[in-house]
Design a protein around this ligand. Structure first.
Ligand code: GUN
Length: 285
């Protein structure tokens, strides 16, 4: 196989964020307030701290005002629900992001239900998940699936009738992505921890997406020649950020592949910015 196309999420993110920045600027110079995103971090998980910092920095660059809440790791569900109720009621806040995972004493389902669906820029509320099932496009699509869809679109990767195999059935990536790929008329397979013969499924993929967080899970012999590989994993191994895919070996077989870092990661943040501006547009009218 000749050299694969590297699906450059960093470059596409720069382009899309510049478009968002211009759009926001045009609203602000017309006299509207800035878009606002509340970012809530509970506890001091190091990875979450990095993700939250990236999101806040990205907001600033496109002109979204962020409202950062750092809450103690021992906070109770009720106290977090009170914070969310306040954020729901504030007009200058268009989006609410509660960084996951939450400490174990907190009822995550209650927290997600408490976010007003119109401010649920993560797309995790059942109302938005339901809109994803029903293909009601006014809802919010979770940020990583949205980012992957934008990346595939940018590189003109056709999905209609294609076999898309997703490894990982989590509610942040795998499940919502499977629904979005159905919108695009792909034939979708979702594999998970109980899948009996993973390789049998991955070998059938025209487009293989891995979202497990297991470094090196996807090996060369699990990928069909000429396939397109989307690596959602972000793990730290010996101080280095790596994905789910054995990139150096797999890249010799495929027609296109996302790098880690610089592939899906930046597109997730771009998806968040897009959802925040989508909310803002509706709310300032
Ligand atoms: N933790 C890992 N991914 C995400 C995400 O997309 N949104 C939030 N809120 N938390 C996460």
């Amino acid at each position: 196989m000749s050299e694969p196309i590297i699906l450059d999420g960093k470059a596409l993110s720069q382009k899309l964020r510049e478009e968002l920045r211009k759009e926001v600027e045009s609203y602000v110079s017309a006299g509207y307030r800035k878009p606002g995103l509340a970012v809530v971090l509970v506890g001091d998980d190091p990875a979450s701290q990095v993700y939250v910092k990236n999101k806040i920095n990205a907001c600033e660059k496109v002109g979204i005002e962020s409202f950062f809440y750092k809450l103690d790791k021992s906070i109770l569900t009720e106290e977090l629900l009170d914070v969310i109720a306040e954020l729901n009621s504030r007009d200058e806040i268009d989006g609410i992001l509660i960084q996951l995972p939450l400490p174990s004493q907190i009822d995550q389902g209650e927290v997600i239900l408490a976010i007003h669906p119109d401010k649920d820029v993560d797309g995790f509320h059942p109302e938005n998940m339901g809109k994803l099932v029903a293909r009601m496009e006014d809802g919010f699509i979770p940020c990583t699936p949205l980012g992957i869809d934008l990346l595939l679109k940018h590189y003109d990767i056709e999905l209609k009738g294609k076999d898309v195999v997703i490894v990982g059935a989590g509610f942040i990536v795998g499940r919502p992505l499977s629904l979005l790929m159905l919108w695009r008329d792909a034939t979708v397979t979702v594999c998970h921890i109980h899948t009996r013969d993973l390789k049998k499924h991955t070998l059938g993929a025209d487009i293989l997406v891995s979202a497990t967080g297991v470094p090196g899970l996807i090996k060369e012999d699990m990928v069909r020649d000429g396939a397109i590989v989307i690596d959602v994993g972000i793990s730290k191994v010996d101080g280095k950020i790596v994905g789910d895919v054995d990139f150096n070996k797999v890249k010799g077989k495929v027609s296109a592949i996302t790098p880690v870092p610089g592939g899906v990661g930046p597109m997730t943040v771009t998806g968040l910015l897009m959802n925040t501006v989508k909310s803002y547009r509706k709310r300032i009218r």
